[in-house]
Design a protein around this ligand. Structure first.
Ligand code: NIG
Ligand code: FE
Length: 415
């Protein structure tokens, strides 16, 4: 059962109290009852070789695997291993901050009012345009490092704070340079130099899309009053699809405008947010191939209603969880905190929450074959928790229980 190129570095994590993962046989994305069927192994080991999982199981089975020769050993006594977390929705390519806006919101100003008055997203656009490419690369690296410490071994990163050709492309390059999966959020807001959304889209599709399509995996659009209409989103997404990009949508964050139906029509990978989604949207998603990405940290940060996660899961929708890390609506890089919110606010079980930010999130990124589970042949991404039961991941609200993050078979971060 052991494999991998001879002579490649090997790492054995042994004597783990628990190892939890989605079964290797489960088909992604997990839906309905399958979301709760995790595999739990007590007194476990994981053997990593050449960046992938060569073997995993009970300690008493370890002798059956040839682990002689050079093997680095890591003592997992008293620790639990979970798959490396996958954050499938982040906005890490920005400069500056929005702490002033945060303080104004604490005093009663609404996010939508700030956005309408040229603050919000556009204030981050101004700050991001002012910096150089090197600053953007450093900022994304710093944000990716925060995510890694929080157990994220794979992250998606959107552009969308440039909204001009150079800054959008530099954002995508910065995400790739930090080993993220780049998404072109070319339709995030209408920048001030354009009179209206259609004129901006004419520019973005003619001037930015051709190169963005080479750098990014997916395209994304913010469908909302004051951002882009369903009709404008359709035009943008169709052009992006022709350019070879997978499709994502910021949908129903404040208003239910028909973005869910558009996503289904265009066979998008995901609709994200859904705080305003009603029953018909839930039903439509449940029978579609479009994943519902839930962002409870953003709803909490903006004091907005939570998305209908329980209804979506019960109806059989493919749900995923993500942070939505960004400077305005969710300055939060912690998927463990998102798992806590998923259990306390979205009424998901710890097992459902874990599946939603591992294998199902990997599915949203088109990576479910390799990421999001601890299974032979998958990338050896795992997180070690200092806890007697892996569910402390969600139970310990704001807890500091991550002791080691292993990415592609090597220790990437340790406390
Ligand atoms: O997903 N809603 C649109 N975009 C981001 C927020 C961006 C910002 O406020 O800077 C989101 O919440
Ligand atoms: Fe977002």
């Amino acid at each position: 059962m052991t494999g991998g190129p001879a002579g490649s570095p090997r790492l054995l994590v042994r004597d783990l109290a628990q190892l939890v993962t989605v079964p290797a046989s489960a088909r992604a994305p997990l839906r309905g009852p399958a979301l709760r069927e995790l595999e739990l192994v007590e007194n476990a080991f994981v053997l990593c070789e050449g960046g992938t999982v060569a073997a995993a199981g009970r300690m008493r089975e370890l002798a059956a695997h040839r682990v002689d020769g050079e093997v680095e050993e890591l003592d997992g006594s008293g620790l639990c291993a979970i798959p490396g977390l996958v954050d499938c929705h982040t906005h890490p390519a920005f400069l500056g901050d929005r702490v002033e806006e945060f303080a104004l919101r604490a005093g009663g100003a609404s996010y939508e009012e700030l956005h309408a008055s040229g603050g919000g997203i556009l204030s981050t656009v101004r700050a991001t345009r002012e910096g150089g490419e090197g600053e953007l690369v450093a900022a994304v690296r710093r944000h990716a490092d925060w995510m890694l410490r929080a157990g994220t071994t794979t992250f998606e990163g959107k552009s969308g704070y440039g909204l001009d050709r150079d800054t959008e492309l530099a954002s995508l390059e910065a995400v790739a340079a930090a080993n993220g999966v780049p998404t072109w959020l070319g339709a995030h807001a209408v920048p001030p130099e354009f009179g209206d959304a259609d004129a901006y889209l004419d520019f973005a599709l003619a001037e930015v899309l051709p190169r963005a399509a080479e750098l990014a995996e997916a395209a994304d659009v913010f469908v909302e009053e004051g951002a882009f209409s369903v009709e404008q989103a359709r035009r943008y997404l169709k052009a992006c699809r022709e350019g070879g990009l997978a499709l994502r949508l910021h949908a129903d964050q404040f208003n239910e405008l028909g973005a869910v139906e558009l996503a289904i029509e265009l066979d998008a990978r995901s609709v994200d947010h859904l705080e305003a989604t009603g029953e018909s949207g839930v039903r439509a998603l449940a029978t579609s191939g479009v994943a519902a990405v839930l962002l409870p940290a953003s709803a909490l940060f903006l004091d907005r209603p939570m998305p209908p996660a329980r209804a979506l899961a019960d109806a059989g929708a493919a749900i995923a969880l993500a942070t939505d890390f960004n400077p305005g609506s969710a300055f939060c890089e912690s998927l463990p905190l998102v798992c806590s919110l998923a259990c306390t606010q979205l009424h998901l079980s710890p097992a459902e929450a874990l599946a939603a930010c591992t294998v199902n999130a990997a599915h949203v990124l088109g990576l479910a074959q390799r990421r999001g589970r601890i299974a032979v042949g998958c990338d050896a991404d795992l997180v070690l928790l200092d806890a007697p039961d892996w569910r402390h991941l969600a139970y310990h609200l704001g807890g500091d229980l991550i002791v080691t993050v292993i990415r592609r078979g090597a220790v990437a971060w340790a406390a």
